[in-house]
Design a protein around this ligand. Structure first.
Ligand SMILES: [Zn+2]
Length: 241
């Protein structure tokens, strides 16, 4: 692809994105909106997302989808103005069943097992050991989420749940993707804590949203409701082993 044609694609997708009305919930074009088709799902866990205000209105943000599709999800926006769909509190209330989900570093066990040749994902033993019922998840770009975790969440002394970096992601809407996005991380954590069927449904919705949002962003052929459903999320094959 030449520089000129790359620029042309970018300019076209930008213009197209601005021209079309988007659903305030899923942020897809209104004609592609997934909201009426998918009611919120029940979980035995509560999820609290802590995000910077720059994420609150980003169409590529995936934590918002958890707010739509997972009952018991609260979104805490740090700094700046908050939208009507977010809680007015600044930080989640913690209890003995709260745990921090963030890949700051891996446990010695993970590091020792991470190089397995068959690519099997190994997760922190914490998933089995802790009877957590409340996940605290920092969101944003990796730099923002890391800063949030280090400055505000780690000092709280919560048990930490860490996903191995080998977990596969289909999310490619950000310039520097690193590992799974927030939505995928929460879905995988739910599956690992015993809610596999819930994770299956969440990841199927996510794959569909991701297919449409990616097509909107990239330009080219317009996504339509007639498109075949995307393949199952690759994390499911690992979770179902
Ligand atoms: Zn929608």
């Amino acid at each position: 692809m030449t520089v000129m044609s790359a620029f042309g694609t970018f300019a076209k997708s930008k213009a197209r994105g601005f021209r079309r009305a988007r659903c305030p919930g899923c942020r897809l074009w209104t004609e592609l909106c997934l909201c009426p088709d998918y009611a919120p799902l029940e979980s035995r866990l509560r999820v609290s997302i802590v995000m910077p205000s720059t994420e609150a209105n980003s169409s590529s943000n995936t934590a918002r989808l958890l707010g739509l599709w997972l009952r018991g999800t609260e979104i805490y926006v740090r700094g700046g103005s908050q939208g009507p769909s977010y809680t007015s509190e600044r930080m989640p209330a913690l209890d003995a069943e709260s745990a921090l989900l963030f890949p700051l570093e891996h446990s010695p066990a993970d590091a020792a097992l991470g190089g397995e040749a068959d690519g099997r994902c190994v997760d922190s033993a914490a998933f089995g050991e802790h009877k957590f019922r409340h996940l605290i998840v920092p969101d944003g770009t990796w730099a923002q989420a890391r800063r949030l975790a280090r400055r505000e969440l780690l000092p709280l002394g919560l048990p930490r749940l860490t996903l191995h970096p080998a977990w596969p992601s289909i999310y490619g809407l950000r310039r520097k993707p690193q590992g799974v996005c927030t939505f995928e991380a929460v879905a995988i954590a739910l599956a690992l804590s015993g809610e596999l069927e819930l994770a299956r449904q969440l990841l199927a919705r996510f794959a569909l949203w991701n297919q449409r949002q990616t097509a909107i962003k990239q330009g080219g052929e317009e996504p339509s409701l007639a498109w075949p459903a995307p393949p199952p999320h690759p994390a499911l094959a690992l979770l179902e082993r």
